[in-house]
Design a binder for this molecule. Structure first.
Ligand code: BTN
Length: 221
């Protein structure tokens, strides 16, 4: 399914590289560092830490906009399962942050582009100086980036090909469910479920992926 990865020392962003070079379905771009790493909702992604993983993949033609959040859910599951393989117990903070010991170890961003889905994944193997972030290193694990990427690509392939029961498999790993949350820093609610399209069901209504920030009321999750 995946083409031979394109590996770059330093580029602005692996997601942008795919678009600028019109890379085909199955492409994988990996950077050792990024100068303009992008995150969800217009945020930037700290990308100057060598040894961390910055990777983007292009998945399947004819992806419709409503499927994009589910591609990120699938990637979140793939990262969670990859970290577990290396001994790190991770969970998913809705919609698709991978967290370990209540801190963010991985961020995922999917974009629709020419009918394809570009999914960008950043995994902190090394320490990043952000209060709510953690890394494999801080959790006591020295992981080889190449080995992690190899397992991640296998797991991504599995998840992208098995989306029919994705939500059912996602739910047991989602730490947001049952928590009191703050939506966009203002509205308090309790997260009660996940809708088939990936939206978060709460006591005050349903929240679509991508629309809002969701934090725990006492901390990041
Ligand atoms: C987030 O949590 O806000 C998503 C972060 C996604 C970061 C990755 S790193 C590889 C890819 N290239 C980018 O510019 N962003 C994604």
């Amino acid at each position: 399914m995946w083409l031979e990865p394109i590996i770059k020392d330093c580029i602005p962003s692996t997601n942008s590289y795919i678009k600028e070079n019109s890379l085909p379905y199955g492409s994988v771009v990996i950077a050792k560092r990024q100068t303009q790493g992008r995150g969800r909702r217009g945020n930037s992604w700290v990308s100057d830490v060598e040894g961390n993983i910055y990777i983007s993949v292009v998945y399947k033609p004819n992806v419709t906009p409503e499927k994009i959040p589910l591609m990120s859910f699938a990637a979140g599951m793939a990262v969670r399962n990859t970290l577990e393989h290396f001994g790190i117990s991770g969970s998913l903070k809705w919609p698709n942050d991978v967290v370990a010991e209540s801190k963010k170890i991985c961020g995922i961003m999917s974009e629709l582009w020419n009918g394809f889905c570009i999914t960008g994944i950043g995994i902190n193997l090394k320490k990043v100086n952000i209060p709510y972030a953690t890394s494999a290193e801080e959790l006591g694990f020295t992981l080889d980036a190449d080995a992690v990427i190899e397992m991640l690509l296998k797991n991504l392939e599995f998840e992208f090909l098995h989306t029919e029961d994705l939500i059912e498999r996602y739910i047991p790993h989602c730490v947001t469910l049952g928590k009191e949350i703050l939506i966009d820093g203002i509205s308090r609610a309790t997260a009660t479920g996940i809708a088939p399209d990936g939206a978060l069901i709460t006591t005050i209504g349903t929240v679509s992926c991508g629309d809002v920030s969701v934090r725990g009321i006492y901390g990041y999750i």
